[in-house]
Design a protein around this ligand. Structure first.
Ligand code: PHE
Length: 347
């Protein structure tokens, strides 16, 4: 027994722990319940009764020695680590590493350009709420009571069927709601654009998303004509995409404009990609437009005998896709740095 105790004492005295693993090995061997010392305590029953007192005292000495050494090993390791920390302090006299340059999100870049182009034409930029009531999103805009756009498949409802009077609360499905807010609070001349986020209950794909961005425009004054609308859109398209850009208006239907048109931009059919993105026609649709329906003017307290106006609404994602040849709309919201990094140069 004495021999074993001496051997263990010697082992303890010589033990060094360079890392946490070695420390754990030590703990298992000398401290834990299954340690060699624990085993010796188990052997006490074999010791002759007259020797038990002395052997017990020796065993306690080993136990204490093991514990003291354990603490010493811990302290030594900690010192070693904090010593390293001192070495890790950065050299403050070094020149800083190259900063990575951030990029403005492509949607924000395109939005800023659009705002800029229209501001040069004298349009104000106006903001409005994304959570809207039925009046501003639908009713004031001359949507007939059972128009399909009010139905669940297009609209996210916050509160539905509150009353017969169309006081549902919705996530706005277009920025036309901001037109209503503007006309309700301001008399013509009104010349403004409303960029913003809109929501539609649609399946997410390469071409559609349930959250996207529009920029709406509104111009109301005496003698505003469809020719003014067309010229404004042509000028805008040429500013955004270049002097040679051609546009086309196709007859369409919106409850709030009459006549109404779809706005296309000529993209070309030169390459396979051009033909694919334009479905073989060379033309890309970017939004809708038209002359503000007199009912809408009257709903908002503007005299439709005296004033006329035009309005348009365009998708910002679509315009950015055209500008930067982006094939999948989902890239805009995935926050993939490899995608976003490509726009540093365009700031
Ligand atoms: N609000 C329409 C849409 O979201 C676009 C539009 C705006 C059409 C203004 C005509 C006039 O589809």
């Amino acid at each position: 027994m004495d021999e074993k105790i001496n051997a263990i004492l010697k082992e303890i005295a010589q033990y060094t722990a360079a890392d946490d693993d070695a420390l754990e090995d030590y703990r298992m061997r000398f401290i834990s319940r299954k340690s060699v010392i624990g085993e010796l305590f188990g052997e006490m029953k074999n010791v002759a009764p007259e020797d038990r007192k002395a052997t017990g005292a020796k065993l306690n000495t080993v136990k204490n020695a093991a514990q003291d050494k354990f603490q010493a090993l811990i302290d030594a390791l900690e010192q070693q680590i904090s010593g390293q920390a001192v070495h890790d302090v950065p050299d403050l006299t070094l020149p800083p590493p190259d900063a990575t340059i951030g990029a403005i999100h492509p949607l924000t870049q395109v939005r800023n350009r659009i705002v800029n182009i229209f501001e040069r034409m004298g349009f104000n930029t106006v903001d409005g709420p994304e959570v809207e009531d039925d009046w501003h999103n639908f009713t004031a805009l001359n949507f007939p009571p059972n128009h399909p756009a009010r139905e669940m498949q297009d609209t996210f409802f916050i509160e539905k069927d509150r009353a017969e009077d169309h006081s549902d609360i919705v996530l706005r499905t277009h920025t036309s709601s901001v037109q209503v807010r503007l006309m309700e609070t301001q008399q013509p001349p009104i010349r403004a654009i409303m960029p913003g986020r809109v929501y539609r209950n649609e399946a997410i794909s390469a071409r559609a998303h349930c959250v996207f961005h529009q920029v709406e425009g509104l111009y109301i004054d005496r003698h505003v004509s469809f020719a003014d609308l067309k010229q404004t859109l042509l000028h805008f398209a040429q500013e955004l995409y270049g002097k040679e850009t051609k546009i086309r208006l196709r007859p369409s239907y919106f409850p709030f404009t009459e006549p109404s048109a779809e706005l296309d931009i000529y993209w070309g059919t030169a390459t396979e990609a051009d033909r694919r993105v334009t479905k073989g026609t060379g033309w890309l649709e970017i939004g809708g437009c038209g002359m503000v329906d007199p009912n809408v003017l009257e709903n908002c307290g503007i005299d439709s005998q005296e004033f006329t106006g035009f309005a348009f609404g365009m998708g910002i994602e679509r315009m950015a896709m055209i500008k930067y040849q982006i094939k999948d709309l989902r890239l805009f919201t995935e926050n993939d740095v490899r995608f976003l990094k490509q726009f540093t140069a365009f700031n």
